[in-house]
Design a protein around this ligand. Structure first.
Ligand SMILES: Nc1ncnc2c1ncn2[C@@H]1O[C@H](COP(=O)(O)OP(=O)(O)OP(=O)(O)O)[C@@H](O)[C@H]1O
Length: 257
């Protein structure tokens, strides 16, 4: 279980996270939701120890992440950042192989190659393995970076907007894959997602941030209510039940609830 207790964070002199308290249950998919600029990426990157600051208030199974040696942390937590622009002429397979670095320190073994094959097949992108990443579409590249993160084979995955650039079919494909990682491989996933319908239909748990604070958290039933979402986004949202899960309709909304 990842637990955050009284976490605050500032960029220069601007406080963007204010006394955050949240927990992220084991082997579940938690979506971080909330308006632009609410602090979702900052919280996610703090959990991944990719930002400075005192991280004693973030624990992994009761152990402060600040006390976990870097090599050990890289075998526990894999993080996919929002910006995945890298200026290297490498193939998809070479990119995904980077995910194995914490295991092999740069020398690929049979086990590493199997993990790479598995990650590519898991996202149905094996056919792209010899393509150069600078020749891919934005969506294809997004899938390849996700494969790199999956190939790291860590029990915890932190994903910042993994649905960026993806069409509906590919976005559903990713969310189904993430569910399988939780349900079949018992991984714990925290992702930042803007599409409330994906969050509502694929998550076990939601943490909603607003203006640097936790606005609400809990199960989909607890968080995805008309009143709560309208207060979170300051926007009219109609929630319609369906056999699969709630559908949030915000089209033609005129603004503040
Ligand atoms: N490197 C930085 N330097 C200064 N301020 C930053 C930096 N990164 C983010 N911020 C500010 O911190 C606040 C929170 O940003 P953050 O990216 O965590 O929010 P977010 O909820 O993920 O937003 P979005 O949904 O738009 O991606 C914003 O006001 C943003 O302008």
């Amino acid at each position: 279980m990842i637990t955050v207790t009284n976490l605050s964070y500032s960029y220069q002199n601007t406080r963007v996270l204010k006394n955050i308290n949240a927990c992220f249950p084991e082997q579940q998919l938690t979506s971080l939701i909330g308006p632009n600029g609410a602090g979702k990426s900052t919280l996610l990157m703090s959990i991944g120890r990719l930002l400075g600051g005192d991280k004693k208030c973030i624990t992994l199974n009761h152990r402060p992440i600040s006390e976990i040696p870097t090599k050990e942390l890289a075998l526990k937590i894999a993080t996919l950042r929002q910006t995945t622009n890298i200026d290297l002429r490498i193939t998809v397979r070479e990119l995904v192989a980077f995910g194995r670095f914490p295991h092999n320190r740069g020398k690929l073994t049979t086990l590493d190659n199997e993990a790479i094959d598995h990650a590519l097949a898991f996202l149905s992108i094996s056919q792209l393995e010899n393509t150069f990443i600078d020749e891919l579409s934005g969506g294809q590249r997004q899938l390849c970076f996700l494969a790199m993160t999956i190939a790291q084979q860590t029990p915890y995955l932190l994903l910042d907007e993994p649905l960026n650039n993806l069409d509906m079919k590919h976005a559903s494909h990713i969310m189904n894959a993430l569910r399988r990682l939780c349900d079949e491989q018992k991984r714990t996933i925290i992702l930042v997602v803007h599409d409330i319908n994906f969050a509502a239909n694929y998550s076990d748990h939601l943490v909603a941030l607003k203006k640097g604070s936790v606005h609400s958290s809990g199960t989909v039933e607890q968080v995805v209510t008309q009143k709560n979402l309208q207060d979170l986004y300051e926007f009219n949202i109609e929630i319609m039940p369906s056999s699969q899960g709630p559908i949030c309709n915000y089209f033609h909304s005129t603004g503040v609830a």
